[in-house]
Design a protein around this ligand. Structure first.
Ligand code: SF4
Length: 152
């Protein structure tokens, strides 16, 4: 079974529906964001695996953060996280989100995502490839507590 099929199975098992992802760019150069965008192209097409991006954190199961945590996004990142329903997951995508990367010591940066938000999975790379992001999502879903399936 491929990793992508495993992800499809885990999403169904844990949620009984799609995994809803909210993307937050906390200060990226856009490199990581392009790799996230590739997840929706016909090559990776993560929607067929039951993964979809949503606009509101209130509809999200998982927060994908790209970029170094800039000081002016810090409060918005916390508010976004607090607006998500439990159980909620946080995934840091790319070297900047994981450890500050090349922007770590600049005046506008507060550093990596971890001290600001509780990160469940770190995906290294500058930027990480879409395959690495899919792998990180699989690991994250595996850490999600089982939810009771809704009545049909
Ligand atoms: S990890 Fe690399 S590609 Fe991603 S935001 Fe940082 S510099 Fe850009």
């Amino acid at each position: 079974m491929t990793e992508q099929h495993q992800l499809r199975r885990e999403v169904t098992k844990k949620l009984g529906r799609s995994l809803h992802v909210r993307h937050l760019d906390s200060g990226s150069c856009n490199g990581c964001d392009w790799e996230l965008a590739a997840l929706l192209n016909p090559v990776y097409d993560v929607q067929r695996l039951g993964i979809d991006f949503v606009a509101s954190p209130r509809h999200a199961d998982l927060l994908l953060v790209t970029g170094v945590m800039t000081r002016n996004l810090q409060e918005a990142a916390v508010l976004t996280y607090e607006a998500m329903p439990e159980p909620r997951l946080v995934v840091a995508v790319g070297a900047c989100a994981v450890g500050g990367g090349v922007f770590a010591n600049t005046y506008a940066a507060a550093g990596s995502v971890e001290p600001i938000l509780p990160v469940d999975v770190f995906i290294p790379g500058c930027p990480p490839r879409p395959e690495a992001i899919i792998h990180g999502l699989l690991v994250a879903v595996g850490r999600m507590k089982l939810r009771p399936l809704p009545f049909c």
